[in-house]
Design a binder for this molecule. Structure first.
Ligand code: 5CU
Length: 375
């Protein structure tokens, strides 16, 4: 990876031990469970893993569900070691999915406060090397969520909030979410939008179990992000909250590729035209992509990355690793990860190794956009 420039990883997760404890106490997904057929406890997160979980609970010879919960998910020392191995100068860490989405309203406010404090404390142990995106207790009452935004605004190393696509349960075009977007924007916190729910299991067909996690992760996650942001756009959220700034995970899902089609469908929609929603002065999806959206560079190929750069601009792309997900399967986890190398190589191939744009995407954009040099 580039050694003569600042490298910032803005897409890198952790589950602190207090969160793992909650997952260990659960009987429904998301959960952590040990199985006799696997050496490490298993982290089972996705609805697409439910059937494999049932199989493994019934039959000790069945393949273990989910993924191994290694120290890469939970240990701060391991995060720093990973950064050192990959010559990453700064990481903006975030709680991994599904955040606090599954917690009861009576629990989520207090737990959110403590997990945000835990992230803040981890950053404080490595000043200048670690920043974080906080987590909002979206199942709690609005005043509690507002309180959490107030907390995050004053935490020295916090640079935004990580958000899933479910919002308050009805998605991100829900009018009841507007006060939260407004409060986040007013606190100058950037939203890092990340998928978790994918698409309904039946989309993957009766042979899905033969294909591992490929379909939900490669296609379900990006489509989820694409749909969530398109719904926000159609509901006018970006116009209503002009100061809202969002980083979209996985280079915006398929948004850079599909923005033209979304635009054409809007222009040719009889209902929208009749309701005068397609008039002059309308900000297009392209405008929003260039003015209110940033994209991470977690797309593993220069082809997708070029589309992302064309859509949002090389000054709005930010490198990420998705650590601790996608570890190497056949080489030492303490060595270099192929998944990280693929994303770095995609940047070099898309804009030229060592170019001004490459330095921007690998780190300088993140420093500027997230204010990583601000005291
Ligand atoms: O492998 C996976 O399931 C995941 C996940 O759940 N979240 C993520 O950010 N990347 C991969």
């Amino acid at each position: 990876m580039a050694s003569n420039t600042t490298v910032v990883d803005i897409h890198t997760h952790m589950y602190p031990p207090s969160y793992v404890e909650i997952l260990q106490s659960r009987t429904a997904i998301p959960l952590v469970r040990s199985f006799p057929q696997a050496p490490d406890p298993r982290l089972i997160l996705l609805q697409a893993e439910a059937e494999a979980l049932d199989d493994a609970l019934r039959d000790p010879a069945a393949k273990p569900p989910g993924r191994p919960l290694t120290s890469h998910y939970t240990s701060l020392d391991q995060k720093i070691r990973f950064m050192d191995t990959h010559r990453i100068d700064v990481s903006v860490i975030s709680l991994a999915n599904p955040w606090l989405d599954f917690l009861d309203a009576s629990q989520s406010g207090a737990f959110g406060r403590s997990v945000n404090a835990e992230f803040s404390d981890m950053c404080g142990r490595h000043p200048g090397r670690l920043f974080f995106f906080g987590t909002l207790p979206l199942t709690a009452p609005l005043e509690t969520v507002r309180g959490s935004i107030g907390q995050l605004k004053h935490l020295k190393y916090c640079r935004g909030v990580i958000l899933g696509t479910s919002g308050l349960g009805k998605g991100l075009d829900d009018p009841d979410l507007l006060p939260i977007f407004e409060a986040v924007a007013a606190a100058r916190l950037t939203v890092f939008l990340h998928p978790h729910y994918g698409l309904p299991n039946d989309v993957w067909g009766p042979r899905a179990a033969e294909y591992g996690h490929v379909l939900p992760l490669a296609l379900g996650f990006p489509m989820e992000t694409t749909i969530a942001v398109t719904r926000m756009y159609l509901a006018g959220v970006f116009d209503k909250v002009r100061d809202l700034r969002m980083i979209l995970a996985h280079s915006g899902g398929t948004l850079p590729f599909l923005a033209g089609r979304i635009e054409s469908c809007i222009l040719h929609d009889g209902q929208l035209v009749r309701e005068a929603k397609v008039g002059r002065g309308r900000r297009t999806v392209w405008d929003v992509l260039k003015e209110q959206v940033y994209l991470d560079a977690v797309i593993y190929s220069d082809v997708g990355l070029k589309a992302a750069i064309d859509a949002s601009g090389a000054d709005r792309l930010m490198f990420g690793t998705d650590h601790p997900f996608f570890p190497p399967l056949t080489t030492d986890e303490q060595g270099e990860w192929e998944s990280v190398g693929l994303n770095a190589a995609a940047v070099a191939k898309a804009v030229g190794e060592g170019s001004v744009e490459a330095k921007a995407c690998m780190g300088l954009n993140a420093v500027r956009i997230l204010g990583l040099r601000e005291k």
